[in-house]
Ligand binder design. Sequence first.
Ligand SMILES: [Zn+2]
Ligand SMILES: [Zn+2]
Length: 433
Amino acid sequence: MSSQPQRKSVTATEIPYSQTYWERLSFLVHSVEVLKSDGYKLEPLDSEALWKMRRCRNCHLRMRTRNRQPKSKSDSDEAESRLENVSPDRQGDGDPVDADAVADEEEPVDKKKEDAAVDEPVKEDDITVTVEVPSPDETKEKKTEKEEKKKKYPCRFHPGAVVCKLYTCCANKLWQPGCTFAEHHVCEDYAPGELEAQWMLHKTPQHQNSKSKTKNKHPPPSPRKAIALDSEMGTSAHGESELIRLTAVDYFTGETLIDSLVYPSVPMRHFNTRYSGVTRGMIEAARRKRTCLMGRDAARQQLWRFVGPETIVVVHGGNNDFLALRWIHTRVVDTFLVEGVWKKREREKEEQKEKEQQQEQGEEEGRKEKEEKKKRPDGKGEGGGRSLKSLADVRLGWKIQCGRNGHDSLEDALACRALVDWYVGDLGRSVQG
Ligand SMILES: [Zn+2]
Ligand SMILES: [Zn+2]
């Protein structure tokens, strides 16, 4: 069923199941409120949410209006002219990702890519692109100039197509900012019902195994207690993240349940190869050999062979993965979120310890020590980032995402699983301590 893209030798050791372990893992499952505030979609999208999913035809940023969805055509035109900007596509999509750009809080953030811009080596292509580097004196002036320009021309894009990772309009690389500026965004043409169809979300159904005990010769296996999930995404012609590879690992046994390329459901602009490690060639070859899953719906169905509503899904920055799968699931442990809680706890513990030390040593000495600590430049634990790469390094001492071929969703899923195992272990340690 599955094709193994660039399979490395990854060994997953078993995590022994016990009632205590299960209780601790379940303790890490986030509340619906926490998931929602992190951008997880837990209800089918209503008309207002769908309205916000529209994108600019040129720069592919999300359209955002001050007002709600207009009722008539003329209202619609008026609303269009009041368009406000919108967010940079944070998918590593190759479009202008400008640090200064206004962020749309509705946009799911891909935490996996947090460090990507720094980590990824830039491959040298045949064509040399001249990049203007301003001198330090010029920088400030240029920045203001840039901001002014952005205000006047919020829509920045490449009118050309992508051929061999280069834009035909300017020969710039896929990830370089647009060469053309416009004063207004132009909404993509959506056919009636297109947005509804594109963004239909599905709740995890009862597992087929528990539904019917018919004479099915090959009954689906029972739902797993927990799985680790990761996926890779490309960018569709509309500028949306589109699922192109899916990996699921049984949390306890470590068995790889799915590790398959996914033939995209919609026309693609590019495959984010730099991050995803997936090329158009790989996808086409997998289709010819019939070794890939055909589209996100098939991918979700395949997952549901292993997942029921009670299955805990372990993931890192998973809101994007779930949205790309058009999947609503509420039993989630997201290591990005868990790490936030852990960091807070560690900070509080540290403060408590300092307080106690102060009381023991007397106020004056304690204060001195605190000052010293502030000066100490050990970045670890403090800041350090919550990307999977950084967490795997800090918490597990694992070096992941080091290859030049983009991310490997199997490696990432296993790292995520090991991280959760670490948190569960830490819960145990704090109970004993
Ligand atoms: Zn261009
Ligand atoms: Zn635009």
